[in-house]
Ligand binder design. Structure first.
Ligand code: ATP
Length: 274
């Protein structure tokens, strides 16, 4: 059985309103919404609708969020699975999971399949320090994925979105025409974009009215959208613990300090591993 999670179209609640500071990427994925909603517009002229799109960007920049927003906007079901979930020690399991996933998706078309961490299966062959057993398994999973991508018709109504932090690591076979031949790049947000992301995540918050967005964006260079979402929630938690009526500037500053400390700890652990 496939271990993908299915989010039915009624439950696809994420929209482009929830995405901030990714203007170019958002424009590109809006096309995918059109492909799913009005395929005839394209197919009547003989156009082939893309089957596979790779979202490339650092952790926490909104790749999963954008993919979900496409499903939400197009009102189609969303199958989500992580590349690492395909790869098990037993040869054949990953491949059969891929087969099941595409079978289910075809039944639900139009729909989206989202494969997070595609590099776990699609890493260039011969790279990486895998045990040979695990490597065989990964290859058979990758081959099955390629077979499925080639097998389903161009205009079947299934679009596969995949995410990775490292496009340069991917097997070129994945990127051939008719497979994942489109790339959409997401970057860490700049100052203005961080303000926009703060705004989205402040919507549900009860705050004092002296919160200075420019100040917060200025204090958070290098932060991802996920870090900013984290700050907003942390500020709310701190304010609640302090029994405040509203979240104030101080709570945001303390939240930033706390997240910075967390990031520093994480990068220390990573550099120790290397
Ligand atoms: P990873 O590579 O770690 O899987 P990702 O790029 O898929 O990360 P998401 O999982 O989409 O990142 O982001 C996590 C959360 O961070 C989102 O659910 C959202 O709350 C927030 N977030 C990230 N980017 C943005 C953005 N551009 N606008 C608004 N919120 C964002």
């Amino acid at each position: 059985k496939s271990t993908a999670t299915l989010i039915e179209k009624e439950k696809s609640k994420v929209s482009f309103d929830d995405v901030a500071g990714l203007e170019e990427a958002e424009q590109e994925v809006r096309e995918i919404v059109d492909f799913l909603k009005n395929p005839e517009t394209f197919t009547r002229l003989g156009a082939k609708i893309p089957k596979g799109v790779i979202l490339v960007g650092p952790p926490g920049t909104g790749k999963t969020l954008l993919a979900k927003a496409v499903a939400g906007e197009a009102q189609v079901p969303f199958f989500t699975i992580s590349g690492s979930e395909f790869v098990e020690m037993f040869v054949g399991v990953g491949a059969s999971r891929v087969r099941d996933l595409f079978k289910q998706a075809k039944e639900k078309a139009p729909c989206i399949i989202f494969i997070d961490e595609i590099d776990a299966i699609g890493r260039s062959r011969g790279k990486g320090a895998f045990l040979s057993g695990a490597n065989d398994e990964r290859e058979s999973t990758l081959n099955q994925l390629l077979t499925e991508m080639d097998g389903f018709g161009t205009n079947s109504g299934v679009i596969v979105l995949a995410a990775t932090n490292r496009a340069d690591m991917l097997d070129p076979a994945l990127l051939r025409p008719g497979r994942f031949d489109r790339h959409i790049y997401l970057e860490l947000p700049n100052m203005k974009e961080r303000e926009e992301i703060f705004k989205v995540h402040m919507r549900p918050l009860v705050m004092e009215d002296n919160i200075d967005l420019a100040l917060l964006a200025g204090q958070t260079p290098g932060f991802s959208g996920a870090d900013i979402a984290n700050i907003c929630n942390e500020a709310a938690l701190i304010a609640a613990r302090r029994k405040k009526e509203r979240i104030g500037r101080q709570e945001f500053m303390d939240a930033i300090d706390r997240i910075v400390a967390g990031i520093e700890k994480k990068s220390k652990i990573i550099s120790r591993e290397e």
